[in-house]
Design a protein around this ligand. Structure first.
Ligand SMILES: NC(=O)c1ccc[n+]([C@@H]2O[C@H](COP(=O)([O-])OP(=O)(O)OC[C@H]3O[C@@H](n4cnc5c(N)ncnc54)[C@H](O)[C@@H]3O)[C@@H](O)[C@H]2O)c1
Length: 249
């Protein structure tokens, strides 16, 4: 049986690390990202035998079209290889920030973050669940954030969207437990990405002081936790949000 995993926002950053790690663990990744297919980050996914689907997770039609293409692809593969191809897991990773203090935040910045982070997560779950309810066992993992638990000045929109991802995770886990669909979230703290590299050395030191392990997390740390949750070794965990923050205070 070939196990396919859809990773949204899988062309770059944390999503890219998840895509590559899962590929090396024997899963077949399918990336949904808004980047043009001829963008170099999309193009070089071909080395992972990865199906790349350009879509905007914040638009229902775009998500539905991507999942239809994916379903047809799995059905075709099952027919031609005489091996079953299933949607093993969905990883909701696509997310954006539009930071600003609440008094100055535009309606557009609020709406854009909500549309991608929470509505996009919901739309992808809805499409994946239609396929997953017909399978014996499947998984959904969504990327939340520690700021969705603790809040963070300058990120009302982002923090609220990630708190929404946590609530959506708990609710869907209860709705689909009877179908053996295990649904969890990961709340990373500071993960080393181009974004954290842009912080001044002083800010980086100040942040690390608040982390018990005194370092930022890596994209590999996130990928390994995603793998654990969908590996079959964590099948009594559902509806949870696992903080991956090195012990932040
Ligand atoms: N980087 C961190 O320290 C950190 C911490 C906590 C949580 N997170 C969460 O982890 C996830 C990944 O973060 P990252 O730092 O790798 O981000 P990133 O900006 O590096 O990558 C995001 C990816 O999502 C894609 N994307 C954005 N909007 C999209 C849309 N509407 N439709 C389809 N694809 C879209 C982008 O093209 C990109 O490939 C996000 O959900 C983020 O909120 C990140």
């Amino acid at each position: 049986m070939k196990k396919h995993v859809v990773i949204t926002g899988g062309a770059t950053g944390i999503g890219r690390a998840i895509t590559e790690f899962l590929y090396h663990q024997g899963f077949t990744p399918i990336v949904i990202d808004r980047l043009e297919p001829n963008h170099h980050d999309a193009q070089n996914l071909s080395s992972l035998s990865c199906l790349y689907l350009q879509a905007d997770v914040s638009h229902a039609d775009s998500v539905a079209q991507a999942f239809t293409t994916m379903r047809n692809h799995l059905e075709e593969k099952t027919k031609t290889t005489q091996e079953q191809h299933i949607l093993h897991a969905l990883i909701n990773n696509a997310g954006i920030t539009r930071d600003g203090l609440a008094l100055r935040m535009s309606e557009k910045d609020w709406d854009d973050v909500m549309s991608v982070n929470i509505k996009g997560t919901f739309l992808c779950c809805q499409q994946a669940l239609k396929i997953m309810i017909k399978q014996p066992k499947s998984y959904i993992v969504s990327l939340a954030s520690v700021v969705g638990i603790h809040g963070n000045p300058g990120q009302t929109n982002y923090a609220a969207s990630k708190a929404g991802v946590i609530a959506l995770t708990k609710t869907l886990a209860q709705e689909y437990a009877s179908r053996n669909i295990l649904i969890n979230a990961i709340a990373p703290g500071f993960i080393s990405t181009p974004m954290t590299e842009k912080l001044s050395p002083e800010t980086q030191t100040a942040i690390k002081e608040r982390i018990a392990l005194k370092r930022f997390g890596s994209t590999l740390d996130v990928a390994q936790l995603v793998y654990f949750l969908i590996s079959g070794n964590a099948d009594y965990i559902t509806g949870q949000t696992i903080q991956l923050d090195g012990g932040m205070s």
